[in-house]
Design a protein around this ligand. Structure first.
Ligand code: F6R
Length: 612
C-alpha cells in the first residue's frame, strides 16, 4: 500500500525513481510524485492519477539531480489530487524538508492542531504533511537528529524517506510497521518500500526493522536503533535473486493473465524438494517446531485476509480431513481485537502473500504475545511476517504484481495440503495413503495446465454475461471457499456485485436474488456431494436463473441441465480447489476486460494492505 523509492548516487535520479515507481505502482496508484535535489534547490513534481501522468508532466518540467525521493500513493487522508500527492514539504514554504511516507499517523490531527497554533500553515489534507512540518520545525542543521526528535511524537505506522536542501547529500529513512529496505550499490544507495523497486539496480539489500532509522548518501549508509544511545543496528546484508522476466508481462496483455498461466510452474516450485518419498510425507525447512511439539497441537487457528482467508478456509477442510485436527479460520482484522480465549496447544497459522498485511501482522503479534507458537505461509521473502513468525513456509509463487491474487492462492492451497499431509502422517495417515497423496500432488501442475483448455469457453461465457449486474457463486465443501474466491475476483476487478455462498445455504436468503438476469456459477465437479449440489442447481433453474456449471471433464449429464458448462480435469476432491479456481479467475479477467476495467490496477485497491 503506497510505494517508496529513494536514490543517492552519481546518475540522474529521475529515471531511476520513475522506473522504481513503475515497479511499485501495483501497491497504490492514486497519485505519484518525486523530489530531487541540486545543492540547495528542491525540485518537486507531483500529479494525481497514474505514474504515466507524472511522466507526461516531467517531460516539460524535468527534475534534475542525482539525489531524490519518490512515492506512489494509495490515499488514506485526503482525496487523490495533485496537492495531496507525496512528497510533502515542511518548513512553511521555505522548502526545508521533503517527505514521502507509507502508513498512517493516528494522532496527526492533534499534532497538526498544535503546529497550527504556532502559526504553521498546512497545504494539504494529509497526515504526512504533519511529519514534514514537524521535522522542519526541529531541523537545526542535522536532518537525522531532527527526524529522531520527531519519531517518538508519532503514533501509528510509518516507512519514511526524508531529504532536505540544508543537507543535500543525504537521505534519512525510518521504519515502524511499514516496510523499508536499503539497497546497496557501488557509489550509489537506495531506499525502497519493497525490494522489487530495486530490480536491475542492485541485489544487495538490508531490511530495516521496526524502530530503526537509516542514513544514506552515495558513498555510505548507516542503520541505527531509535533509542537515545543511537546503537548501531546489527545488520544482515542479503542477496536477492532477480529473475529478469519477473517484472514484465512477457507475451501477456496483463500481469493477472500472466500470473494465472504461471500457476503450474508456481505449483512445481512450491513442491520442489518438499515431497518426501521415504517418509511418504512432506517436509519443510523452516517450521522451527519439532515433531513432538507439532504432534502435541490440539487445534489450529488460521488467520488471514481476503484471498488468503479463502485459502485458509480450504485449509480448514484439509487439516480436518487429512490430519484430523480441529481448525478455525478467523479474519485477521477481527481476531486481533477479539481477545478470544485460545486453548493451550493451539498453533496459530497466518497466511499472506505479501507478508505485510497490517491486520495479519497484528494478529500474528497478538498470538505471539499470548505465547502460542506461530507459523506463517508467506510469498514475499524477507517480508515482515516472514521475519517475525516463529516458523514458516515460503509459497515460492514468484512475484505477484496483478492486484487480484491468483497464483498466490493456488500455492497457498497447495502448501496447506502438504502441511496437512505432514501433520496427518504424524497422526492418522498410513504410509500407503501418504504415497497416494504424494502421487496426486505431483500430478497437479499438469492438471492445472490442462485446465487452461477451458479458456475459450470461458471467454465466450464472459461475452454472454458481462453486462449482468449481479452474479452468484455456489459450491459445497472444498468448493465453498472457491465460490467465495470466484465472487471476490469478479467484484474486485469488474466491479460487478457478486456473492459467494455454500450452495445449500442460498435458499435461506440469497435465492431471492435469482432472476433471468442473474447468472449463478455452480461448482459441480463429480464428488461425494454431487447429487446434493445438483438439487441446489435445480432450485435455481426452477426460478429461471441462468446457470454456468464448472463440471468434471466428460460429464455429459450436467450439460443437459444448464445453459453453459466449463469443464475441468477430474482430480481427487481435496485437490479440486486447485483446478476449479482457474476458470473463475479467467471469467473475472474476461468480464473485467469486456467492461473496460483496468484489470491489473482496479479502482480503490492496492496490492499490499499495510494500514488496518
Ligand atoms: C484479492 C487480494 C486481497 C488479498 C488480501 C490479503 O485478490 O489480493 O484480498 O488477498 O489483501 O493480502 P496478503 O495475502 O498479502 O496478506
Amino acid at each position: 500500500m503506497c510505494g517508496i523509492i529513494a536514490y543517492a548516487g552519481r546518475r540522474e535520479a529521475e529515471p531511476i525513481l520513475i522506473e522504481g515507481l513503475r515497479r511499485l505502482e501495483y501497491r497504490g496508484y492514486d497519485s505519484a510524485g518525486l523530489a530531487t535535489l541540486t545543492g540547495p534547490q528542491v525540485h518537486l513534481r507531483k500529479q494525481a492519477g497514474r505514474i504515466d501522468n507524472l511522466i507526461r508532466y516531467l517531460k516539460d518540467r524535468p527534475a534534475p539531480g542525482c539525489h531524490g525521493i519518490s512515492h506512489t500513493r494509495w490515499a488514506t487522508h485526503g482525496p487523490a489530487n495533485d496537492r495531496n500527492a507525496h512528497p510533502h514539504i515542511g518548513g512553511n514554504g521555505d522548502g526545508l524538508v521533503a517527505v514521502v511516507h507509507n502508513g498512517v499517523i493516528e494522532n496527526y490531527s492533534a499534532l497538526k492542531h498544535h503546529l497550527q497554533e504556532q502559526g504553521i500553515v498546512f497545504q494539504t489534507a494529509t497526515d504526512t504533511e504533519v511529519i514534514a512540518q514537524l521535522i522542519a520545525h526541529h531541523l537545526n542543521g542535522d536532518l537525522m537528529a531532527a527526524v529522531r526528535k520527531v519519531l517518538p511524537l508519532l503514533k501509528g505506522t510509518y516507512g519514511l524517506a526524508v531529504v532536505s536542501p540544508r543537507e543535500p547529500e543525504v537521505i534519512v529513512g525510518a521504519r515502524l510497521g511499514s516496510p523499508l529496505v536499503l539497497g546497496i550499490g557501488k557509489g550509489e544507495n537506495f531506499l525502497a518500500s519493497d525490494p522489487s523497486a530495486l530490480a536491475g539496480n542492485t541485489n544487495k539489500v538490508v531490511y530495516l526493522q521496526d524502530h530503526q532509522v537509516c542514513l544514506l548518501s552515495r558513498d555510505r549508509w548507516t542503520i541505527e536503533d531509535q533509542n537515545p544511545e543511537r546503537t548501531p543496528a546489527t545488520v544482515a546484508i542479503q542477496d536477492i535473486d532477480w529473475d529478469p522476466g519477473d517484472a514484465d508481462k512477457g507475451e501477456f496483455e496483463h500481469f493477472m493473465l500472466k500470473e494465472i498461466y504461471e500457476q503450474p510452474e508456481a505449483l512445481e516450485n512450491a513442491m520442489r524438494g518438499r515431497l518426501d518419498e521415504a517418509d511418504a510425507s512432506a517436509h519443510f525447512g523452516g517450521l522451527n517446531l519439532d515433531t513432538q511439539a507439532l504432534r502435541g497441537m490440539d487445534r489450529i487457528i488460521i488467520t488471514a485476509c481476503g484471498t488468503s482467508y479463502h485459502a485458509g478456509l480450504v485449509g480448514e477442510y484439509l487439516f480436518e480431513e487429512i490430519a484430523r485436527i480441529p481448525v478455525e479460520v478467523e479474519y485477521a482484522s477481527e481476531f486481533r481485537y477479539r481477545n478470544r480465549p485460545i486453548e493451550r496447544n493451539t498453533l496459530m497459522l497466518a497466511i499472506t502473500q505479501s507478508g505485510e498485511t497490517a491486520d495479519t501482522l497484528a494478529a500474528l503479534r497478538e498470538s505471539k504475545r499470548k505465547g502460542h507458537p506461530t507459523l506463517a505461509l508467506c510469498n514475499v521473502v524477507g517480508s515482515t511476517i516472514a521475519r517475525e513468525t516463529d516458523g514458516g513456509v515460503y509459497l515460492h509463487a514468484g512475484p505477484e504484481i496483478g492486484v487480484a491474487s491468483t497464483k498466490a492462492f493456488t500455492n497457498q492451497v497447495l502448501v496447506l495440503t502438504m502441511l496437512a499431509l505432514y501433520l496427518g502422517r504424524m497422526r492418522n495417515i498410513s504410509s500407503l495413503q501418504g504415497v497416494r497423496i504424494l502421487e496426486e500432488l505431483r500430478a497437479m501442475p499438469k492438471m492445472v495446465h490442462r485446465t487452461f483448455a477451458c479458456h475459450d469457453a470461458v471467454r465466450r461465457i464472459a461475452e454472454k454475461y458481462f453486462q449482468a449486474n449481479n452474479f452468484l457463486y455456489l459450491g459445497r465443501q472444498y468448493l465453498y471457499p472457491v465460490a467465495l474466491e470466484g465472487a471476490l475476483k469478479l467484484k474486485e476487478i469488474s466491479y460487478i456485485h457478486a456473492e459467494g455462498y455454500p450452495a445449500a445455504e442460498m435458499k435461506h436468503g440469497p435465492i431471492a436474488l435469482v432472476d433471468e438476469e442473474t447468472p449463478s456459477v455452480f461448482l459441480i465437479p463429480r464428488g461425494a456431494v454431487f447429487d446434493k449440489v445438483m438439487s441446489n442447481l435445480e432450485e435455481i433453474k426452477a426460478r429461471g436463473g441462468p446457470v454456468i456449471a464448472i463440471a468434471s471433464e466428460q460429464d455429459q449429464e450436467v450439460a443437459t441441465h444448464v445453459e453453459d458448462v466449463i469443464y475441468i480435469p477430474e482430480v481427487p476432491e481435496y485437490l479440486q480447489p486447485l483446478v476449479a479456481v482457474v476458470p473463475l479467475q479467467l471469467l473475472a479477467y474476461h468480464v473485467a476486460l469486456l467492461r473496460g476495467c483496468d484489470v491489473d490496477r482496479p479502482r480503490n485497491l492496492a496490492k499490499s494492505v499495510t494500514v488496518e
